[in-house]
Design a protein around this ligand. Sequence first.
Ligand SMILES: Cc1ncc(COP(=O)(O)O)c(C=O)c1O
Length: 392
Amino acid sequence: MRKLQSFWREQMKPTTKPANPNFSSGPTSKRPGWSVDQLDLKILGRSHRAKEPKARIQKISDDSRQLLGIPEDYLLGLVPASDTGAFEMAMWTMLGARPVDVFSWESFGNGWVNDITKQLKLENTKLYNAEYGNLPNLSIANPEHDIVFTWNGTTSGVRVPNDEWISEHRKGLTLCDATSAAFAMHLPWRKLDVITWSWQKVLGGEGGHGMLALSPRAVARLEQWQPDRPLPKIFRLTKSGLVNKEIFSGATINTPSLLAVEDHLDALKWAKDLGLEKLIKRSLDNLDAIASWINQSSWISFLAEDETIRSSTSICMKIVDPWFAAKTTAMQRDIIKQLVSLLESESVAYDIGGYRDAPPGLRIWGGGTVETRDIKLLTPWLDWGWLKVKNN
Ligand SMILES: Cc1ncc(COP(=O)(O)O)c(C=O)c1O
């Protein structure tokens, strides 16, 4: 009976569209009610080093710290080149002092592996990799080593489920790329030494700028150990052997976009009014809405089979219809492209194709800026689009 109901649901063209079709995984949807008219633009056209603009830049760190509960003794600053810039500057300035354990399970984590092995060419490195949809065994992380990992794998929809595997008594540093986790998942700050994220992710900000948080132990590494490699200006975190505190008090290394600063402050205000718990719940509700739909579906499933590691932000799905499974990967990618284009042409969903390196499938962003009612309105369109493409 359930299957029959689902069959009829899949046949009919839905009549109601999501109010906001933006389900991309980055840049992600703006907050509900966002409008450029609401941004305070009086600092535009001024020097970012002048008193007022500098105070606005500093407010980003202050608001983020307060909302996320970042310990007072951690440094937090705005750095160039988005999350990639923040994470690479940390790796380039801090890795090499100790052996490194690197955990990866999707494209971005694999990118850090590539940096560590092919660019930095670090010798004492252990790589622990898992296929898309799975997580490597994190419990083998050696507390004597530095540990590099991504909290939420944006291209596979697999997240770290807890922090039990990170030792409180570790000697090495933990470097955590948290770009699609911060503001949507609890982060155990005291167990993390370097934490990075970008504005264009969970709060729906603009691209270009990254955030870098450093524990006192990460600061000690910067001050007590210098890598034997050239560092470009935008990677330099120390001055005369000490950490450059100016970078963490509103004085950026180079020029930021003040428009992006104001846009991010607007998002932070919205997020602060809600509070972190509600922000996290909005994301979990989005995952629940997709899960309820998938439970009744005959053609689609989560890429991550284990629900304890399933991401609530980058929700990745695979097609389980036998007709699809029998196709070659190239044909499967083409089918997905047709489905994504069809939904885009109906203005019901933009940018929901899986990442180019991931297995062919769909990826729907479920971070807190996305309304659950829009996800619920999207799912009948997915059923309809699927049958249309399949029967084409
Ligand atoms: C886990 C992860 N790391 C790094 C990046 C790169 O981020 P950015 O483009 O902000 O540098 C992304 C982007 O989606 C990501 O999801």
